[in-house]
Design a binder for this molecule. Structure first.
Ligand code: C2E
Ligand code: CA
Ligand code: CA
Length: 564
């Protein structure tokens, strides 16, 4: 069986914990030839040394100041990372020996140390026993590829990190795109051949003095190797796959955490590389992604945003802006509603746009709190305008896919209405088309319920999702909002123009109006109007603005109505 120490020609590390100088010296001299010996003068110092390092054996004196040997032994045996490190206790009292064996010590040596050969033999035996036990426990290799199992791999890394200090290392996570499909279409045995080929090629592709690999799950490979340009290796690996399986059109993707920080746990280092690898899932342009400083900065930033949500709600750092929607069917555009859009005025980080925090909060559920806050503000605003300007302007709010699965959604919306005194018709609900992809039946059930209570439902970003025609034709909805990418490309490509026509056709079939989003110029308005689009929203009329600024639009509308 392959053994790390013999492999790498390295001496095992042994820690002697003994408060008496002369005893330390004698023991040290006996073991020095065979082992890499380190010392600690009391239990406390030993504990400090144990955490970051890995020792093959601890020789422990039972009676010491500060933290006694028996206390330290108890700590070691209670620590999941340390408990498998063997401990030999050194004492001159018979009773204590028996006690410490009961506590988990592997063996004992009696003082004075007058039989060096016996001591050496005991150490050697205990180390051998413990290493064998560990290897058996962690079933060293993956049977399919012959690579290390996850558990053994990380154990091996800990040893490398303890003994080899002078080499910088890279952490790589490799994955095969759509591997599941390959299993499904070509059978598992083909899938297995692919995995084996990757495993067999790793060493050849990444020529490195230090390299170990593992296949922790399915089609994921972990590689730990010396730091230098890794993209060439990934290229070579890809080449080999193309050559061996030309019909499969395999595509590897890799996440690399370069020059990894040795102070963080190996599992966490691989987690970083995996994050980088996950980031390019489904991205056909890139096959390598680095866990870089930017990535790190981003996750620190995200943590900060998550931490600050509650105080932002409390201190009103979330602002609600309003963007007008105009009906363009007549000669002059008529203000018909507005969309409430959130902004974050962070006291230290400045203005943050929703694209930077909405997806993050959707990911961890915080969006529910934030959305509820926006609904409350928007509803209060509708009521305020009604009272102040004598004009009722319905406002749409965004309801995230996460909100839809909240069993208290209806209750929350009704509370918002009753607190502000507005009606269901005045608070319209935008739900993005892609929410239907999660669970169409459930979303339809919820939206149908809301509609039966009087709410108006708008399907947001329509056309950007991949809803089936069958679903679309049965969707309970009041307005379709055309995704702004179509409007943007109206002039550029025929396809967008055709898609807009299709969407408008669907809207006619459903007998609902279409809102075109992202309208920025006169030409776009003309084209959309010509095609039968009734309502537009976009920078052409106004960017989203604070409520006070928005009042101008309402006042103009009131004036216009008075003149007619
Ligand atoms: P959305 O719901 O599709 O909102 C429309 C976005 O288009 C807004 O971006 C708006 O500023 C932008 N926009 C409007 N007209 C134009 C135009 O003429 N040109 C261009 N280039 N863009 C235009 P914003 O405010 O940055 O919001 C981005 C997204 O964040 C929203 O997309 C929505 O999905 C989300 N969001 C914003 N506020 C909320 C909220 O309160 N709750 C939830 N759940 N999501 C929100
Ligand atoms: Ca929206
Ligand atoms: Ca939209």
């Amino acid at each position: 069986m392959r053994n790390f120490y013999e492999d790498q020609n390295i001496k095992r590390k042994v820690l002697i914990v003994e408060d008496e100088y002369i005893n330390r010296e004698i023991l040290g001299n006996i073991l020095m030839e065979e082992y890499d010996v380190e010392y600690a003068c009391d239990g406390h110092e030993a504990w400090e040394k144990l955490a970051p390092s890995e020792y093959s054996l601890i020789l422990l004196d039972l009676i010491m100041p500060v933290l006694s040997g028996s206390e330290l032994l108890a700590r070691i045996k209670n620590d999941p990372n340390l408990k498998s490190t063997p401990v030999i206790v050194m004492t001159s009292e018979q009773d204590a020996e028996v006690d410490s064996i009961r506590q988990g010590a592997a063996d004992f040596i009696t003082k004075p140390y007058d039989m060096p050969e016996v001591i050496l033999a005991r150490c050697e035996r205990i180390i051998k026993l413990s290493e064998d036990a560990r290897i058996i426990r962690s079933t060293e290799r993956d049977t399919l590829t012959g690579l290390y199992s996850r558990e053994y791999f990380f154990e091996y890394i800990r040893r490398i990190d303890t003994y080899i200090k002078d080499i910088k290392r890279d952490v790589l996570v490799l994955n095969i795109n759509h591997f599941r499909l390959i299993n499904e279409m070509y059978g598992r045995s083909t899938g297995d051949r692919v995995l084996k080929k990757v495993a067999d090629t790793i060493n050849e592709a990444f020529r490195s003095s230090l390299i170990i690999a593992s296949r922790p799950v399915a089609d994921t490979f972990y590689i730990y190797c010396e730091n230098d340009g890794k993209e060439k290796g990934i290229g070579l690996l890809q080449e080999q796959l193309d050559k061996t399986f030309p019909e499969l059109k395999l595509r590897l993707r890799a996440g690399i955490y370069q020059d990894a920080d040795m102070k963080i746990a190996p599992e966490d280092r691989f987690d970083r590389a995996k994050q980088a690898c996950d980031r390019i899932r489904g991205d056909y342009l890139s096959n390598v992604s680095y866990y870089d400083k930017e990535f790190h900065v981003r996750s620190v930033y995200n943590e900060r945003l998550i931490k600050d949500v509650d105080s932002a709600i409390k201190n009103h750092d979330f602002l609600v802006y309003y963007q007008p929607k105009y009906n363009i069917t007549g000669d002059t555009p008529k203000l018909c509603s507005a969309e409430a859009l959130i902004r974050w005025k962070h006291p230290e980080l400045g203005m943050i746009s929703p694209g930077d925090f909405i997806p993050l909060f959707e990911h961890n559920g915080l969006i529910q709190k934030v959305d509820n806050y926006v609904w409350e503000c928007a509803a209060r605003q509708v009521d305020e305008w009604k009272k102040k300007l004598g004009y009722t302007l319905p406002v749409s709010v965004n309801v995230s896919r996460i909100d839809l699965f909240d069993p208290q959604l209806e209750e929350k919306l009704h509370k918002v209405l009753s607190d502000s005194g507005i009606t269901e018709k005045e608070l319209m609900i935008e739900i993005t088309e892609s929410a239907y992809a999660d669970d169409a039946a459930k979303v339809m059930e919820i939206t149908e319920k809301l509609r039966s209570e009087g709410f108006k439902i708008e399907i947001d970003d329509f056309g950007s999702g991949y809803s089936s025609l069958n679903m679309i034709m049965n969707i309970p909805v009041d307005v379709l909002k055309l995704d702004r990418s179509f409007v943007k490309n109206l002039k550029k490509d025929e396809k967008s123009l055709m898609l807009v026509e299709i969407v408008i056709g669907i809207a006619r079939f459903l007998n609902v109006p279409v809102v075109a989003e992202g309208v920025e110029d006169e030409d776009q308005i003309k084209t959309l109007k010509g095609m039968g689009c009734e309502i537009v929203q976009g920078f052409y009329f106004s960017r989203p603005v604070p409520a006070e600024e928005f009042e101008v639009f309402i006042k103009k509308e009131v004036e216009r109505n008075d003149n007619n």
